[in-house]
Design a protein around this ligand. Structure first.
Ligand code: ITT
Length: 193
């Protein structure tokens, strides 16, 4: 079965492929389209934004569409950057700068943080579903690791004793917000056969 993922983020595409292709799904994304798709993420929650993205592509192609809206919520920053994670400090600011700013912001404060992911799935006939995944961790004291993307190098995951950028893709996907949301989505997909 072919699923169109309503994302232009190559890192997300790679994670979806790694998790879905072994199950027999064929993955396409906005990166395979001739024209870039601009989607206004006007929602205030991960759920709303994931649905906005999935609906937009479903309206264009009438195929099965999945979308991911995700981000990092830092306790000491009242849940920021949250749904604004991609836009935090501006789209063109490097993640080294963004990650160091967050490390600075939590200095001397509680270090708790969550990665949150909402996956919206719109079936060919338009039926909508949203699945949510969360992973609890802490903001690391320094940037650690070269794998993953975005905020992974500062997301310390206590059971692994290191950040999600310092473990294999398989280890990240096994516990990540995206992995957890996608697992529920797959349970629905496979259950419905
Ligand atoms: P699309 O909307 O095209 O999917 P995006 O990157 O703009 O791409 P979001 O609006 O959902 O997607 O923003 C998510 C941001 O949250 C992402 O750019 C990262 O900064 C951060 N993020 C999400 N998942 C992450 C992960 O697994 N590891 C590290 N950072 C993550």
């Amino acid at each position: 079965k072919e699923i169109l993922i309503a994302t232009s983020n190559l890192h997300k595409v790679e994670e979806f492929k790694k998790m879905l292709e072994p199950l027999g799904y064929t993955i396409k994304s906005c990166l395979d389209l001739d024209e870039p798709v601009e989607i206004d993420e006007t929602g205030t929650t991960f759920e709303e934004n994931s649905l906005i993205k999935a609906r937009t592509l479903h309206e264009m192609f009438h195929t099965a569409v999945m979308a991911d809206d995700s981000g990092l919520a830092v306790d000491a920053m009242d849940g920021a950057p949250g749904v604004y994670s991609a836009r935090f400090m501006g789209h063109d600011t490097s993640y080294t700068v963004k990650n160091n700013a967050i490390i600075e912001a939590v200095k001397g404060k509680p270090r708790g943080a969550q990665f949150v992911c909402a996956i919206a799935y719109v079936e060919e006939d338009g039926t909508e579903h949203v699945f949510k995944g969360v992973v609890e961790g802490e903001i690391a004291e320094t940037i650690i690791g070269e794998h993953g993307f975005g905020y992974d190098p500062i997301f310390y995951y206590p059971p692994y004793g290191t950040t999600l950028a310092n473990v294999s893709d398989e280890m990240k996907n096994a516990v990540s917000h995206r992995g957890r949301a996608l697992k529920q989505c797959v349970e629905y997909l496979e259950g419905g056969r």
